[in-house]
Design a protein around this ligand. Structure first.
Ligand SMILES: [Fe+2]
Ligand SMILES: [Fe+2]
Length: 165
């Protein structure tokens, strides 16, 4: 990897984080009644997304959908099997319950994501019924179609799930 590609990927990671951080800050500003600050956080967050996508594109990391699905499978597999287990174990060992729950929810959901991506990779280009995905607003559990009952990962009610087209 050239130094510039490495720099692009480092910048991509930083801009991606800034995007999510500013959106979290915007939500907090809204809760506190600071409308103008919330708007600025959202505007800057949007700009950071543009930067992040420019960097990713310049690094040559946006390929065909078939290749992108393989990249996504690899990423989710790594998170569920290599990245999160030691993080979860460490948080449990040190009694950091909020962190442990956050890691555990993500770990469980990344397994589902990998399975959904594998299914998509197998069926890409074939006639398949159109389906919307539903995402748990608490833990991120992702489901094909509406969920009846409770989220299997965190227990949130299925009717709270957000539909994604
Ligand atoms: Fe995921
Ligand atoms: Fe959930």
């Amino acid at each position: 990897m050239s130094k510039t590609i490495e720099n692009l990927m480092t910048a991509f990671a930083g801009e991606s984080q800034a995007n999510r951080k500013y959106l979290a800050f915007a939500r907090k500003a809204d809760q506190e009644g600071h409308r103008q600050a919330a708007k600025l956080f959202r505007a800057a967050a949007h700009a950071e997304t543009i930067h992040a996508l420019n960097h990713l594109k310049a690094a040559g990391e946006i390929k065909s959908t078939t290749e992108n699905l393989q990249a996504a499978i690899g990423g989710e597999n790594y998170e569920a099997n290599a990245m999160y287990p030691p993080m979860l174990a460490e948080a449990n060992a040190s009694g950091e319950k909020v962190a442990a729950r956050s890691f555990e929810w993500a770990l469980e959901v990344e397994k589902i994501h990998e399975a959904l991506y594998r299914k998509a990779a197998e069926t890409i280009g074939k006639e398949t019924p159109d389906v919307d995905y539903y995402v748990c607003p608490v833990c991120g559990f992702t489901h094909e179609g509406p969920l009846v009952g409770k989220c299997p990962v965190c227990g949130a009610p299925g009717e709270k799930f957000e539909r994604v087209e």
